[in-house]
Design a protein around this ligand. Structure first.
Ligand SMILES: [Zn+2]
Length: 199
């Protein structure tokens, strides 16, 4: 079993419960692939690694931040309210530092789902990666594309590292023709290829 991203701090309990429901022991989790080092994607990572012994994969840039328990880019709040919110969240939610076992560089195919392709999708963070399984047509896009009730949108706003790169990463992923999109936030999207934001 492979897990993509590890949720908020405390998420390990929910993930291990879900695995138990599928009849899988913790040791059944062999790999954890991390799209980027934000606390809501690596919060459960240290506890999951301890409980399962899974090997952890991320890009070198994100791995450096994960090893320190910090985000991989500084967040530039647009106003005082955003500054207060980000400050509070940063204090409430801290991800424990974790050593990443293997670096993903982009372009490789992992032996998962008949070949899970690693894509460099920087913009939201500098070392953000996405994962695409061509045979199943499933794209796991982390926070590079957000799934909202109103539709899909690319990463924008104060916690975006580089807007031009973020837009380019959306275009690159739109060209894949994915049937199913699994975003870091929001519902799974079917018939995804026709729903990408036009940038
Ligand atoms: Zn994020």
């Amino acid at each position: 079993m492979t897990l993509i991203d590890a949720g908020l701090p405390g998420s390990h309990k929910k993930i291990l419960r879900y695995m138990a429901g599928l009849g899988d022991a913790p040791k059944g989790l062999r790999r954890i692939l991390i799209t980027h080092s934000d606390y809501d994607h690596v919060g459960g990572l240290a506890a999951l690694k301890a409980a399962t012994g899974a090997r952890i994969f991320a890009s070198a840039i994100e791995a450096e931040a994960i090893a320190k328990g910090i985000p991989s880019r500084s967040i530039k709040p647009a106003n005082l309210l955003a500054k207060l919110v980000y400050g509070l969240m940063g204090r409430l939610f801290k991800a424990a530092p974790v050593q990443v076992d293997e670096f993903l560089v982009g372009g490789e195919a992992l032996p998962i789902l008949d070949g899970l392709n690693v894509l460099e999708t920087p913009g939201h963070t500098p070392g953000h990666i996405s994962l695409f399984a061509p045979s199943a047509g499933i794209l796991f896009c982390g926070d590079s594309i957000i799934s909202e009730k109103s539709g899909l949108r690319g990463s924008t706003g104060s916690n975006n590292w580089d807007q031009a790169k973020a837009d380019e990463s959306v275009r690159k992923q739109a060209a894949l023709g994915a049937n199913i999109l699994c975003s870091g936030h929001g519902p799974v999207v079917m018939d995804a290829a026709n729903k990408f934001p036009r940038l």
